[in-house]
Write a protein that binds this ligand. Structure first.
Ligand code: PMP
Length: 310
């Protein structure tokens, strides 16, 4: 495959198949994971960055002099920066200060700028700061993945159809981690439009509030919310799985050591939730999940430290 625009490499990611019985699940059940970490920027958010920028350019909301501002855990910043290269756009991202250094370096490598927000204020703090900066700067564009309906739309249009085309037979459950909720809501809505009986399962780390627990910091990065995502108003999860840091990291390390899948901790959490589901559903079920990003962007956080018991 020969390309001359990096955006041509976004999407159409491969799918990894696991036998549920290898993880204590029902016989003949399969867990399929969409390997979104193989996108060129290393995450599922390349899809979003590309979609947001091309939609905003087409709508005339971005010109070559626009500064794109976005609060991000890092991956959306990388996706936006990749997509903005072709247009030579100025990019400014607000990232909580303790988030992965590697992601911040990748953003800078792509020519974008970073401003920090205090990590104890979570993503809400980053959102507040990004809105403040956008108010100050003339000709800025705040893509606001947490509120922008183009976020779920990006997955409704790309990831959902890919999954339906590539997975054989009926899909019983779709499982995705929730940060902005865009992946869950957009892909989930598409899959439900094809088969209304599908179960949609949201994954959060302990310290996220969806299952009612108190908000606190967690080591699993990229998922977890301090407020209910806006996109849940159109699509409620059938179930919410809360995964502890030790369990999420246990499976992240196991995915690398046993299968060669060098993914980030939100993938380990998604896999842990998929294993739970494979023990609940009858034999012969099909479960689909997403591995959103790569693990090498978390090496400074010892993501592949000892393989401890969960
Ligand atoms: N995993 C990782 C590593 C992420 O960076 C994100 C987005 N912050 C997600 C999962 C969740 O994606 P979404 O924002 O679509 O809910």
């Amino acid at each position: 495959m020969i390309v001359s625009d990096i955006k041509e490499l976004i999407g159409k990611t491969p799918i990894f198949q696991f036998l549920a019985t290898d993880y204590g699940g029902e016989s003949q059940s399969r867990i399929y994971a969409k390997l979104e970490y193989l996108n060129p920027g290393g995450s599922i958010k390349d899809r979003l960055g590309s979609y947001l920028i091309s939609e905003a350019v087409a709508a005339g909301r971005i010109t070559k002099d626009t500064t794109v501002i976005e609060p991000t855990a890092g991956n959306t910043g990388i996706g936006l920066a990749l997509a903005g290269l072709a247009y030579g756009l100025d990019m400014l991202f607000v990232i909580p200060d303790t988030f992965s250094q590697e992601k911040q370096q990748l953003i800078k490598a792509l020519g974008a700028r970073i401003i920090h927000s205090p990590s104890q204020e979570g993503m809400q703090g980053a959102i507040r700061k990004a809105k403040f900066l956008a108010d100050q700067l003339p000709n800025s564009f705040l893509s606001l993945q947490f509120e922008n309906e183009q976020n779920p739309a990006a997955y409704y249009r790309t990831l959902g159809p890919e999954i339906v085309q590539e997975i054989p037979g009926k899909i019983d459950s779709f499982i995705a981690g929730v940060g902005s909720g865009g992946t869950f809501a957009g892909t989930g809505a598409y899959l439900k439009s094809i088969d209304s009986t599908i179960r949609l399962i949201a994954v959060e780390p302990e310290g996220s509030i969806l299952n009612g627990g108190p908000a606190h910091e967690h080591a699993i990065e990229g998922i977890g919310v301090e407020e209910r995502p806006l996109f849940f108003k159109n699509l409620m999860p059938d179930s919410i799985e809360t995964i502890s840091d030790p369990e999420g990291f246990y499976y992240t390390r196991l995915l690398a050591a046993r299968h060669g899948l060098l993914v980030g901790s939100s993938s380990g959490a998604a896999f842990a939730a998929a294993i739970r589901e494979s023990k609940r559903l009858p034999k012969g079920s099909t479960i689909v999940t997403i591995f959103p990003d790569s693990g090498d962007r978390y090496l400074s956080k010892n993501i592949y430290g000892q393989l401890e018991e969960a």
